[in-house]
Design a protein. Structure first.
Lengths: 325, 314, 327
């Protein structure tokens, strides 16, 4: 699975957290991310979908080295980042940036917009006063915000506008990769569409690579070239957006797609794959993580080798029962 | 639950140790008791022998170590002034202080909690402003000043209450007599702590009143009174526990001044004279005691939190 | 035949200090017995504030300044507090978005579930407890007896929402108001909750007034739909009619702006330019006009006038050919 065009790659990363058990003195381990391998190609948008607790946000943080993996490797343009010394890592950080979900709390309410945008440049000592001023104006134009508002505070802006500020801030250092963690989930429909279009425009203009994490399937499908589906810390399926959504090869993907409410007449009468019960606390060992809830599970799901297999070019699934194309 | 308590106690021991080290260091920096004895008629030899007797000729850390070793054998030392065992000295004076503290705390809570809740429920109305203004007044008046005012009006002018001591001289000191002596000093202390606490409770209750679960309860048709009495107030127990926890150490220290004003025979007097006289053993004894009091009150609040707040895991 | 709930010309103001701004204007719609009505709109549309005003649950800053809310013929706005308390929970019940704190963190589920029953239905605590267990099981919670003894923070979001639903059902209301009940939930749990609500309506004949911003949820749940924008109702229609022939330019734009899972990715997603107006109380004419793609064709008409497209389908949009337009 080694990808030459990969600009960002994770290989067999796992992230464990130690949590104290409720009734014992022994700490339990929570496997937030388990043995995930992905590679993101230059200029593409790689989408990651899953429900809460699936580990997608943790994976995003591992990819930008906001946290170190418990095991596995994180590579940026071929360089090992998880073992890189802090000083060196700091110098590379401008090349991969992050945008978060809650624009309200990711912007310092006591700073004016121009200071927020200027801060990364000041920290990395890029450009003098004049240059940074010009860059601030440039960034605001790029994201479609009126330049006159640069001396306002974040609370003067709407949710969608604040998210644009966050994007502008991410762009300020000319990154190669931007990781977006649920950037539009908290926004209204009409504003979501604006931001999604903006992201696509910027990608074309600036040759950006995105990792887009979301739980709104329509939005993820729209921006992503390839999508991975996560459940309980593992990737259960990944492939190109159209292929994945038109021909889902894992019951969890099917369940997600079927559960998503569709604004069409008679949509409610369609036949759907539904999962039993609620999400497990821990994935069943040595079996597909969906085993306890899967409507199609059988004995073979318990004993198969827990590895993604390719059933069509570029389309991988964990399901042992999916048929090859 | 017991593991939780045990863990906290075990953690408190090193903290206690650290406190005593710092206390001893500060105390030594303040000056040696030998300086108090210097005078034209005291010879060098006498000073030196005194120093040897008390171990003051040794380096500070050795002095501390000796003190600590003695302590672990149950010996708090002897006062430099009165040669009385420190433990006895503290023991005979701690009763009145605890009494004063206890009554003041209860009184303080009785003032602060209802006032804070009342203020929050009627926020932005005139009654709210009145209560908040009163709380500012309470916390701004210096303890000694309020003591003087009360003494002037209630003792000098009206002759209603006694102004010194714990009981009237000559009598056996029955309960009613003690209570009469207790009234003014405990009012002074209570008012002092209530001032800040009223506002703290008020803002804590204001936050509770904004919570969604109150809206849910109203949507169930529970009625405004039940919603406040049952749903809101039960959540107010948490900030009240915080207030209790904060009050105990404050009262312990604040009692010192008030005890002076009213000649209340508690630790305050003992402490003051020990400090001015640089009576090391007594000072360390009182410091140790106050450290234990603070740590114990922290432990108490932690336990109360765990009881009152189901979201705390132990 | 009178409708179960009838809202007429409701006006709600937002008061802060001395300034007053209009949050909802001339809101009128009704809910029939046994039907599911969805009110759909984005943030700032006034849908939540309208729902809260029905049971008199507006916060300090919200004031109803005009109109009527009739429940079984009686005006709720004119009722005294204790009369309204008798209707809350028994005639009309409400569930919320439950982000974290819609349930009291210091009381057990059992206590919160039985409290309303004991008060309104006059049953004993033991009876209420058994009834509570039965209700939890009906809403799909396994281990109901154990869950009764738990505290809210021990449950997942989906389970808490089921508890809220059980609580709402406990006094057998005729109307359930659900304010964005699935917005904070994962999509597979959302689906389970929507199924649950639908089956409850089918079983008991209870009406549901569902507030949402998600057109997909509308398609899953609604019998009829009301669309709100900037504090006003701008379109009302049966579900199929709305989805196939949306008549208001806003409704049409909204549908186009939702990315579908099987859409062609090569086309740019339609996005409505501009933002929802923040101060819309004093706006004259159609409030969507500044953002409307067909603004040029818009005949200037007074806000009050409704245009009937088909029986049961009306809109405030007067652009000719609006109804015949495709997506």
């Amino acid at each position: 699975m080694i990808d030459e065009m990969a600009v960002l790659e994770v290989r067999h990363v796992s992230k464990d957290y130690r949590i104290s058990g409720e009734n014992s003195l022994i700490a339990k381990t929570f496997h937030a991310v388990e043995d995930v391998s992905l590679s993101v190609r230059k200029g593409e948008t790689f989408g990651i979908v899953g429900e809460s607790g699936c580990g997608k946000s943790t994976l995003a943080r591992l990819m930008v080295c906001l946290e170190k993996p418990t095991s596995g490797e994180v590579l940026f343009q071929g360089m090992r980042m998880d073992t890189m010394p802090e000083g060196q890592l700091r110098r590379i950080r401008p090349r991969f940036q992050m945008v978060f979900q809650d624009s309200g709390s990711s912007l310092n309410p006591r700073k004016r917009v121009q200071d927020i945008l200027r801060e990364p440049m000041l920290y990395h000592r890029i450009g003098n006063r004049q240059q940074t001023d010009r860059r601030v104006d440039e960034l605001l134009e790029m994201v479609g915000l009126p330049v006159e508002m640069k001396d306002r505070y974040p609370h003067a802006f709407s949710g969608g506008q604040r998210q644009r500020i966050c994007i502008a801030r991410a762009l300020s250092l000319n990154p190669d990769v931007i990781i977006l963690d649920e950037p539009v989930s908290a926004l209204d429909v009409s504003v979501q569409a604006q931001i999604l279009n903006l992201l696509r425009e910027l990608q074309e203009k600036l040759g950006l690579t995105y990792v887009f994490i979301g739980h709104g399937l329509g939005a993820v499908h729209y921006v992503s070239h390839r999508i991975a589906v996560m459940y309980l810390g593992q990737i259960v399926e990944y492939g190109s957006s159209d292929e994945l959504f038109d021909h889902p090869a894992h019951p969890y993907t099917k369940a997600l797609l079927d559960a998503a409410p569709v604004a069409q007449v008679d949509a409610r009468d369609r036949i759907r794959t539904s999962l039993k019960g609620e999400m497990d606390e821990e994935p069943p060992r040595g079996a597909c993580p969906l085993f306890n809830r899967c409507p199609f599970a059988d004995a073979s799901c318990e004993t198969f080798e827990n590895r993604l297999r390719e059933i069509a070019p570029g389309h991988f699934t964990l399901c042992s029962r999916a048929k090859e194309a | 639950m017991w593991k939780y308590v045990l863990k906290k106690i075990l953690l408190a021991v090193p903290v206690l140790l650290g406190i005593t080290i710092i206390d001893y260091a500060i105390m030594s920096l303040a000056g040696s008791p030998l300086d108090m004895m210097v005078g034209p008629r005291v010879s060098e030899a006498a000073l030196a022998s005194r120093a040897a007797q008390w171990g003051l000729d040794q380096p500070v850390y050795v002095q501390y170590w000796n003190w600590l070793m003695e302590l672990l054998h149950g010996n708090l030392g002897y006062s430099y002034k009165s040669y009385q065992p420190v433990a006895e000295l503290i023991g005979s004076h701690i009763g009145p202080t605890l009494l004063l503290m206890g009554v003041s705390m209860v009184l303080g809570l009785l003032i602060a909690v209802p006032a804070g809740i009342y203020s929050a429920v009627h926020r932005y109305e005139k009654r709210d402003y009145a209560v908040v203004s009163a709380s500012f007044l309470f916390s701004s008046i210096p303890g000694f000043f309020l003591s003087l005012i009360l003494i002037y009006f209630l003792n000098v002018r009206l002759g209603l209450l006694p102004s010194s001591g714990m009981s009237t001289a000559g009598t056996g000191g029955d309960a009613l007599d003690i209570i009469r002596h207790l009234i003014m000093p405990s009012i002074v202390l209570a008012v002092g702590v209530a001032g800040g606490n009223i506002r703290y409770i008020r803002s804590a209750v204001l936050e509770i009143l904004e919570m969604d679960y109150l809206r849910t309860a109203r949507a169930k048709g529970m009625g405004r009174k039940i919603v406040i009495r049952r749903h809101a107030l039960r959540n107010a127990l948490l900030p009240i526990v915080t207030v209790i926890g904060m009050q105990i150490p404050t009262l312990f220290g604040g009692a010192v001044i008030v005890e002076q004003m009213f000649s209340w025979p508690g630790l305050g007097l003992v402490t003051m004279s020990a400090v001015t006289g640089r009576d090391y053993p007594v000072i360390m004894g009182v410091c140790l005691l106050s450290a234990v009091v603070v740590l114990a009150s922290n432990l108490l609040t932690d336990i109360l939190y765990a009881v009152v707040d189901p979201t705390i895991k132990y | 035949m009178q409708r179960l709930l009838e809202i007429r010309n409701l006006q709600i103001d937002f008061v802060q200090g001395h300034s007053r701004s209009r949050a909802a204007s001339d809101v009128s719609f009704g809910v029939d017995s046994g039907e599911i009505l969805c009110v759909v709109g984005e943030s700032g549309s006034g849908k939540s504030i309208t729902a809260l005003s029905i049971l008199g649950l507006l916060n300090r800053q919200g004031r109803v300044s005009g109109g009527e809310i009739l429940f079984e013929g009686k005006n709720l706005l004119e009722m005294k507090e204790d009369e309204l308390d008798r209707i809350r929970g028994t005639g009309i019940a409400m569930i919320f978005q439950d982000i974290m704190y819609s349930l009291n963190p210091v009381f057990t589920i059992g206590m919160q579930l039985t409290e309303g029953m004991i008060r309104h239905r006059g049953i004993s605590r033991n009876e209420a407890w058994s009834e509570g267990i039965r209700l939890l099981e009906r809403t799909g919670i396994r281990n109901a007896p154990q869950v009764m003894k738990k505290y809210p923070h021990m449950l997942s979001g989906g389970m808490r929402q089921r508890v809220m639903i059980a609580m709402a059902l406990s006094c057998r209301p005729k109307l359930l108001i659900a304010d964005e009940p699935t917005t904070a939930l994962d999509v597979t749990i959302q689906y389970q909750i929507m199924e649950l609500l639908r089956s409850l309506r089918d079983e008991t004949g209870m009406s549901i007034l569902l507030i949402t911003h998600d057109l997909g949820v509308v398609a899953e749940m609604a019998d009829r739909v009301v669309v709100m924008y900037a504090g006003q109702c701008i379109e009302e229609a049966p579900l199929a009619e709305l989805l196939e022939h949306p008549a208001h330019a806003y409704t049409q734009s909204l549908m186009r702006a939702v990315p579908g899972i099987h859409d062609d990715r090569s086309h740019l997603l339609y996005s409505i330019p501009g933002y929802v107006p923040q101060e819309y109380g004093e706006m004259q004419g159609c409030r969507f006009a500044p953002r409307c793609p067909k603004g040029a064709d818009c005949p200037i008409r007074s806000l009050e006038e409704w245009r009937e497209i088909r029986p049961g389908h009306r809109t405030r949009c007067w652009i000719e050919g609006g109804a015949a337009d495709d997506r």
